[in-house]
Write a protein that binds this ligand. Structure first.
Ligand SMILES: [Fe+2]
Length: 214
């Protein structure tokens, strides 16, 4: 399940790393809607009830997937645990554990999806990009939105809109958010941003419990 596996050469880690009826229901519904609805925005909208059902259900997330990770590549003890990964890189479901007072780097996702809070409370700061993106090492960002989210609240990712953000835990316990995204999020090369200086750095967050392909 979510035993730590920082780059060790264990067995392949695809499919249902955590296999529960609740996770299967969401993943099966995602695959069904992918075939049924070609328009991405309409498809993500149609997925909302199944995603809300997972956030509302208790007992399906193992404790080992809800722990901080001292070896985190994101820093701050932030843990990212794969729950489901399509072997072709087209879908993943993961938990993200952000300890008390910790914040993620400012980052992007590069895929459509849904993100919601399962435990604790998060403050989210979203950025709008002001430059044209032609320089891969630089970005001009300004804050476009801030919101606080608690259990059961979730938002849609439809890049490039609202795709750059960071989150901080503002509850007295670690926050746990659940992410359903149309890529292998922790293993694709994404971007980490420093809004104050404009510096953009390639970024691969990695899963705590599963290796990325080379
Ligand atoms: Fe994010």
């Amino acid at each position: 399940m979510c035993d730590l596996d920082h780059g060790h050469d264990h067995q392949a880690r695809y499919g249902f790393l955590v296999d529960t009826p609740e996770i299967r229901a969401l993943v099966d519904e995602t695959h069904r809607l992918r075939t049924a609805i070609a328009d991405t925005a309409a498809r993500v909208d149609a997925l909302r009830p199944a995603f809300a059902a997972l956030l509302a259900a208790d007992g399906w997330l193992p404790d080992s997937c809800a722990q901080p990770d001292a070896g985190s590549r994101m820093g701050g003890g932030i843990g990212q645990y794969a729950l489901y990964r399509a072997e072709d890189g087209s879908l993943c479901l993961f938990s993200l554990v952000v300890p008390v007072g910790a914040s993620t780097p400012v980052h992007d996702h590069l895929a459509w999806g849904l993100v919601g809070i399962y435990r604790g409370r998060q403050d989210e700061t979203v950025y709008r990009r002001l430059d044209d993106g032609s320089d891969p090492a630089r970005a001009r960002l300004e804050i476009s939105k801030r919101q606080q989210l608690g259990r059961g609240e979730f938002y849609t990712l439809l890049p490039p809109a609202d795709d750059i953000h960071y989150v901080s835990t503002i509850s007295e316990t670690a926050s746990v958010s659940i992410h359903l995204l149309a890529n292998d999020t922790a293993c694709v090369w994404r971007h980490r941003f420093e809004p104050a200086t404009g510096v953009v750095t390639p970024f691969r967050s990695g899963y705590a419990n599963a290796p990325c392909p080379d």
